[in-house]
Design a protein around this ligand. Structure first.
Ligand code: PLP
Length: 385
């Protein structure tokens, strides 16, 4: 516990004092927004550090250094969205390569792999990543990468990061992990052997439902060089304005995560006692499958609770009766967000595939915000009646 406390304390301080928090030339208390597409060459023989904003922008650079430091990687990269970050990371692969991916992966990642990358002749095998034997059985001579999401989305299945990463390393595979749900405050996958950490920063990192952004962090120089070339070559970079706004949100990550998580724990306990609820998914619940694996690799349980109200009709009724949460796609904001995977985030997944993965018609996902937990519970109570 003492080590965790120290880590958390260090992390809290580093969130505020991340290196660029004071502008070196003016002493300004926030990173300047360099709203410029290009940079003057004062001396042709010595080109400037930044020469064109797709290749590099000082505001974006501050954000990229910030996330690299928080995740413990060598270099960070900021993209226009989470999917821009994820699709760019997949550009490391070549035609003919094969990927092993978590089966209940984020819907957009599933769509990317099954409708776009498949046309580039990059094949995917979706596996229950919680079962290492299933992961091993999916290995082919052309397998190049393993894509992990843990806890998975939306049923919060737990993958043993170190176990998969070690096996992948033995087989020369690149490992990528979508850390959106946990954030580096709770989970730092590079410490467990992952090569590339990915984020939809639109969620907890931004935290206010007002910025769309994606981040990637490379664990080593070889990954960093490849990601840099792809980021510059494909050009789906984050703008200076959005980079600034994201940094502004990230400074309060710990305060927001802590408060939301405390409420999420109470919500999960309350839901699991409720007679109208068939099933509750939350890694913090005593009976959540592989909770001990999660506790080994993560410092918290997060703020997303999924639960099954039994049928599509009941789910729709609940969504129409709640007053506190935003009924929407997305998560990880100051306001609570209630979403309906079957018709929202996982609508692009065929129904039978969805059902196989436990994403039933009655499953809803509650991302707990910063409202009073008593009010959140009372609101759900009336909506479930
Ligand atoms: C939202 C989300 C994404 C996609 O990010 P965008 O910013 O919407 O492009 C990827 N992974 C997870 C887990 C997400 O929740």
């Amino acid at each position: 516990m003492s080590e965790e406390t120290t880590n958390n304390k260090d992390f809290a301080t580093r969130l505020i004092h991340f290196g660029a928090e004071i502008d070196k030339t003016t002493g300004a208390s926030s990173v300047p927004i360099y709203q410029a597409s290009t940079f003057h060459h004062f001396d042709l023989e010595n080109p400037p550090e930044f020469d064109y904003s797709r290749s590099g922008n000082p505001t974006r650079q501050a954000l990229e250094d910030y996330i690299a430091m928080l995740e413990g990687g060598v270099r960070g990269f900021a993209f226009a969205s989470g999917m821009a970050a994820i699709s760019s990371a997949f550009m490391i692969l070549s035609a003919g390569d094969h990927v092993i991916c978590t089966e209940d992966v984020y819907g957009g990642t599933y769509r990317l792999l099954t409708t776009i990358l498949n046309r580039m002749n990059i094949g995917t095998t979706f596996v229950d990543m919680t079962d290492i034997d299933e992961v091993k059985a999916a290995l082919r001579p052309n397998t190049k990468a393993v894509f992990i999401e843990t806890p998975s989305n939306p049923t919060l299945k737990i993958t043993d990061i170190r176990e998969v990463a070690e096996w992948a390393k033995e087989n020369g595979l690149i490992t990528m992990l979508d850390n959106t749900f946990m954030t580096p405050y709770h989970q730092r996958p590079i410490e467990h052997g992952i090569d590339i950490v990915l984020h939809s920063a639109t969620k907890f990192l931004g935290g206010h439902s007002d910025v769309l952004a994606g981040l990637a962090v490379a664990a080593n120089e070889s990954m960093a060089v490849r990601l840099k070339m792809i980021q510059n070559g494909m050009g789906s970079v984050l703008s200076a304005q959005e980079s600034w706004l994201l940094m502004r949100g990230m400074k309060t990550l710990k305060a927001r995560m802590e408060a939301s998580e405390a409420s999420a724990r109470r919500l999960a306990e309350w839901l699991s006692q409720h007679p109208g609820i068939d099933k509750v998914y939350y890694p913090g619940l005593a009976d959540h499958p592989r909770r001990e694996v999660h506790e080994k690799q993560s410092l918290g349980y997060g703020a997303v609770v999924s639960f099954d109200v039994g049928s599509g009709d009941k789910a729709k009724q609940l969504l129409s009766k709640v007053n506190i949460p935003l009924v929407a796609v997305s998560l990880g904001a100051v306001e609570s967000i209630l979403s309906y995977p079957a018709m929202m985030s996982h609508a692009s997944m065929p129904r039978e595939v969805r059902l196989e993965r436990g994403i039933t018609d009655g499953l809803v996902r509650y991302s707990v915000g910063l409202e009073d937990i008593g009010d959140i519970i009372a609101d759900l109570e009336q909506a479930l009646k």
